[in-house]
Write a protein that binds this ligand. Structure first.
Ligand code: NAD
Length: 455
């Protein structure tokens, strides 16, 4: 597989793609490593994970630079991403000794619950946030006593491969965490179909997520899905409109819009619509686009030529737009920041474009805002801008999405739960329950009185 720098179109590396035979051998090695890993004392498992986190921290700059080259992410973002992988490992390490069961009162004995590891977990990651999304599955799965096989996206396997090397250097057992770069329908599918894989954690498109869920059903395999989104950014007339307009570009341009939480539908109350658009234009145009290696850069290129064609199929660069930013010309998969004015039923307002494109839609009142916000099969994130606390709570509760923010666009913290409603996904990642998603609860009753059956 040729790995191409999306900002320059230069070849970064060529790596072999895993075959179904490679997957089979990896599952066997992982199963063996998992048995001894889960038998370790919790404190020892936690220590291994902290050492792994330290190794990531020591190599943070190297990992970030690799992300700049293979994914075209601005270096500031890439540093945050490597730091997020480290933080996940530390957070999960802190959970190992705290994965406690319950003691439940019964007659004639003792009833306790255990969190048993699942075995071998497959993490199938996308290209938009290669390191964080890999770590969201990897860290809690290892902490709960599982082995992990990570299948990175075809375009972005390099940071994943480096993480696996760092895990070994940090002393994690051979085979416990392996990376299988390869094609989704080949290596990814082999993992999903393999009877030795107990759970699949998938992040990517809704279409592929549905296929994976159907395949997992055949073996009643556990599955977590983090899929797409078309999240609303709702700006009420009583909001601080200046702040809302200043914050809006980052909410759909960060990572060049290749973000499942992108607030790509901006709903604005009609009485402040013109003012908001006036303020939005300079904010969008001043979003710094260019060389990802420059720390001042806020937006880089799209991931690939094929993806840019997909974005163009929604909005050609020549299409009329309310606001259009600049983008470099020449080599690289550049696409300018684009703001359209539209209606809720427009294709650009319904489908996930996954590029730096937002659609602005006016609304009259709160009821209409909620109706438009919920007129989607997705339900991942959303923002509400208002100074009215009651409205903030009402609208946050009424929008059918997993991650809402008020007067902010922040949706992701490793210590708070993350996941989607509707076709945005199934299950939750991160937060206090992260490790439980990688364990089966086992209930054990121990009779203390041999003459009592226990009731
Ligand atoms: P994708 O769903 O095809 O790929 C995601 C991951 O799944 C990759 O690792 C890929 O190799 C793997 N995969 C693909 N087909 C598979 C299969 N049959 N079995 C097992 N694994 C398989 O996503 P994409 O083609 O990279 O992007 C397409 C669109 O998906 C984007 O434009 C965007 O709308 C959406 N997307 C969403 C997210 C997200 O964070 N929710 C991430 C990436 C892409």
């Amino acid at each position: 597989m040729d790995i191409i720098n999306p900002a320059t179109e230069e070849l970064v590396a060529t790596i072999p793609a895993a075959t179904p035979q490679d997957v089979d051998a990896a599952v066997r090695r992982a199963a063996e490593a998992q048995r001894s890993w889960s038998a370790l004392a919790p404190g020892d498992r936690a220590r291994h994970l902290r050492r792994f986190a330290d190794a990531v921290d020591t190599h943070l700059e190297e990992l970030a630079q690799l992300e700049v080259r293979e994914a075209g992410h601005p270096v500031g973002n890439a540093r945050w991403e490597a730091g997020n992988a480290r933080d996940l490992l530390e957070y999960a390490a802190g959970g190992v000794e705290r994965l406690t069961g319950a003691q439940i009162p019964v007659a004639g004995g003792l009833n306790v619950t255990f969190h048993e590891p699942l075995g071998v977990v497959a993490v199938i990651a996308p290209w938009n946030f290669p390191m964080p999304i890999a770590a969201w599955g990897l860290a809690p799965a290892l902490a709960a006593g599982n082995a992990v096989l990570l299948k990175p996206a075809e375009t972005t396997p390099l940071t994943a491969l480096r993480l696996a090397e760092l895990a070994l250097e940090a002393g994690l057992p051979e085979g416990l965490f392996q990376v299988l770069p390869g094609a989704g329908p080949v290596a990814g599918d082999a993992l999903v179909e393999h009877p030795g894989v107990a759970k699949v954690v998938f992040t990517g498109s809704t279409a592929v997520g549905k296929q994976i869920m159907a395949k997992c059903a055949a073996g009643v395999k556990r599955v977590t899905l983090e899929l797409g989104g078309k999240s609303p950014n709702i700006v009420f007339a009583d909001a601080d409109v200046e702040r809302a307009a200043a914050a809006a570009p980052g909410s759909f341009l960060d990572n060049t819009g290749q973000d499942c939480c992108a607030r790509s539908r901006i709903l604005v109350q009609r009485s402040v619509y013109d003012r908001f658009m006036e303020l939005l234009e300079p904010a969008v145009k001043s979003f710094a686009v260019g060389d990802p290696a420059d720390p001042a850069t806020q937006m880089g290129p799209l991931i690939s030529a094929a993806h840019r064609e997909r974005v163009r199929s929604y909005v050609p660069e020549s299409a009329p737009a309310a606001i259009r930013g600049e983008a470099p010309t020449g080599k690289g998969f550049w696409y300018p920041a684009t703001v359209l004015e539209g209606r809720p039923e427009d294709r650009t307002a319904v489908e996930e474009i996954f590029g730096p494109v937002a659609v602005v839609i006016p609304f009259e009142d709160e009821a209409e805002a909620v109706r438009i916000a919920n007129a989607t099969d997705y339900g991942l994130s959303g923002s509400v801008w208002t100074r009215d606390v009651s409205r903030a709570v009402r609208v946050s509760r009424a929008v059918a999405a997993g991650n809402l923010s008020v007067n902010s666009h922040s949706s992701v913290r490793y210590w708070t739960p993350f996941g989607g409603f509707g076709q945005s996904g199934l299950g939750r990642e991160l937060g206090p329950g992260a490790l439980s998603a990688f364990a089966e609860i086992k209930n054990v009753f121990i009779a203390t009185d041999p003459l009592t059956e226990g009731t």
